[in-house]
Design a protein around this ligand. Sequence first.
Ligand code: SAM
Length: 367
Amino acid sequence: MKAAHFKNLRPVCPRCRRESGALIALEVVHVSPGAESAGGRKEILACPAHGCRQEYPVIDGMPVLVPDVRGWVQANERDILARRDLSDELGSLLGDCLDPAGPHNVTRHNVSAYAASHYGTGTDDTEQGTVHGLLRAAMAMAGPLPPGPVLDLGCAVGGTSFHLAGALEGRLVLGMDMGFGLLRVAHEALETGEVVYDLRMNGLVYRRCRRPLWQGPAGPVDFWVGDASALPFAPGGFAMVCALNLLDCVHSPVEVLQQIDAALVPGGVCLLAMPFDWSVSATPVEGWIGGHSRRAGDGGCPVTRLRAILADGDWPLPGMRLRLAGAQTVPWAVRLHDRAEMLYQSELMVLSVPAGPSDGGGAVDVA
Ligand SMILES: C[S@@+](CC[C@H](N)C(=O)[O-])C[C@H]1O[C@@H](n2cnc3c(N)ncnc32)[C@H](O)[C@@H]1O
């Protein structure tokens, strides 16, 4: 966990924030000797509030700042305790023996799918259809940004966070995700300058890929585990929130949209992309934005319904400040294996919070 990120982003207890709205700054309560530039490695953060005292682990340098720490650790047990020292050959043999639908092979598959889009496969590395194509298109539509850090929500293996850090020179960028196995790829790249992941060829056959990171490890990027629906921050701290292909993967998309809105400073910008690929394994039907109720005036169209709940829409969510600044449909492909990919048409929206009367000074162009 980088000291600059902890100091500047001032994380608050996500449990207190969710349960009572209280904004209690987290404290470092345990540092292991050695490592982290001789200052020691921070291993446990905690909420100082008497009625809470929740502890938050920092695992392999990534703080876990979710309201339900116990639930998260149990859900991510296999990835947290996974061996990282196995050779390509031995890892391949063990992968053959393990349940194809078990946690090891599911994480391997997910890492392969997102790493191919974020870092390329080494065979055909055009930007078309990758997440970088989406991000570049979104940044070209965004106007000037106020000063402040950038939050990359649902960053998966982190390629977009490195991209943002490179494009928005000098700004603090935080990549945040709930999936430890995905985030670990990002964090290891940050520490070593090299992305290492297993690319799925077919079935249980994977090929180890090593790609140099285009953005050096010294960049102002860090990766934390966090829940987009319970952000561990006081409101109004970020100049930009990027949430690419996230909303249809969460329990309550509307709640996440409200969290993004609250996280932004006046004049702040949100880069949103969604294929609206609703699935009840992630979102109950009640939470879907569109994709049901064809009888309604909008015919169940998700884009129309999302526009309607923005501040300048027909049925704005209470307290919503985000307005539509631009939109386009951009192809986004998720590679499954050598012979298959899922091609989506992702709806890209640039949303902005109106600047306050005295804001606007120091704004810089992001394109
Ligand atoms: C479809 S993937 C998109 C990844 C990446 N943004 C991209 O476009 O390539 C959705 C990501 O959101 C993450 N995610 C799901 N629920 C989340 C939550 N509540 N908070 C933060 N991240 C979440 C998943 O772990 C996954 O990495």
